[in-house]
Design a protein around this ligand. Structure first.
Ligand SMILES: C[S@@+](CC[C@H](N)C(=O)[O-])C[C@H]1O[C@@H](n2cnc3c(N)ncnc32)[C@H](O)[C@@H]1O
Length: 295
């Protein structure tokens, strides 16, 4: 396998894998998004080469639920009223958040999955996606293309700070791509001010934990790597020290926030039959990073 296939659209079907996992939760639109996008079929296709059933991957459900809910919590806590989501897949957080008219939300992803999402939103709302709400914009943007990002950011109010968020993107990136994405996000932060919130910096030192989630973890990760053409997590930062050194050199600083707290009700654990010991591991190990320009 090519270590890092140059075609990033190969990563897009993972948006359906996580959408299916979230369908076990009470996250708004999760069930509709999963069903309408035929996510189960996509998961089946992704896992079949490694003889894994979709059901054997379900330990991912509480991870994705906590990740989604913790990002929502931190956006709200920040008090920032405009959000630019990168690699947003079909999670439809923008649709949820813009029920509050004081929020402005720009959802971006690669062209193929964005087009699919537009149709999904149209089916759910009965309206053309970009006219569902004046405060919700769907745009195509490759995170590694600064021109795409600048164009998508035209929908932001330049006088207000922005929360730039993404979940489940950088795990697929080579180290060089992580650096490029960081440069592009930093440019947006310099222009608008605000904060970059993401769970996407995993460390090789803590990834050993993952094998304990299920006997199938390794096979599931291999199936994802095969399908995306990406040696997933192989170029993660070694540990928090290496990550913080990288940020400091980039003129950035990070606050480490546990994803789980008592405000989060994990509704997928019983639906997906997650053993309490696995749920406890998930609750204590997941981290979110709140990154800002160094003052
Ligand atoms: C695991 S999915 C996560 C989707 C969404 N954040 C979620 O949690 O449901 C990874 C996403 O990264 C997107 N992606 C991959 N490479 C990208 C790139 N260069 N620019 C923008 N999005 C990209 C894929 O299209 C896919 O939607």
């Amino acid at each position: 396998m090519n270590q890092f296939h140059s075609d990033h659209s190969l990563i897009s079907p993972t948006a359906k894998l996580v959408a299916w996992w979230r369908s076990y939760s009470d996250i708004p639109y999760a069930k509709e998004s999963s069903e309408l996008s035929h996510a189960y079929t996509a998961v089946h296709k992704m896992m079949a080469p490694l003889q894994i059933t979709p059901e054997q991957t379900l330990w991912g459900a509480p991870i994705l639920e906590i990740r989604y809910k913790s990002l929502l919590r931190e956006i709200k806590k920040s008090g920032i009223k405009q959000v630019m989501e990168l690699a947003s897949g079909i999670s439809l957080r923008g649709l949820t958040m813009t029920a509050d008219p004081t929020i402005r939300y720009i959802e971006t992803d690669l062209p193929g999955i964005t087009q699919e999402k537009l149709r999904l939103v149209e089916t759910i709302t009965g309206k053309s996606a970009n006219s569902v709400r004046p405060n919700l914009i769907f745009a195509e943007a490759n995170v590694l293309n600064p021109l795409d990002l600048d164009k998508a950011a035209e929908g932001l109010d330049p006088k207000k700070p922005v929360a730039i968020i993404h979940e489940g993107l950088l795990q697929y990136f080579s180290r060089q791509e992580k650096i490029e994405a960081t440069h592009n996000i930093k440019s947006l932060l310099k222009k608008y001010g605000g904060v970059w919130i993401t769970p996407d910096f995993d460390f090789r030192a803590s990834m050993a934990q993952w094998g304990k989630m299920s006997p199938d973890t390794e096979k599931v990760l291999s199936a994802i790597a095969e399908a995306t053409g990406r040696a997933m997590l192989s170029e993660a930062f070694e540990n928090e020290i290496e990550f913080r050194d990288f940020l400091t050199a980039e003129g950035l600083q990070a606050e480490r926030i546990p994803q789980f707290d008592e405000s989060i009700k994990v509704t997928s654990a019983s639906a997906a039959n997650i053993p309490p010991v696995v749920l406890d591991m998930v609750k204590t190990s997941l981290i979110l990073w709140k990154i800002t320009l160094k003052s």
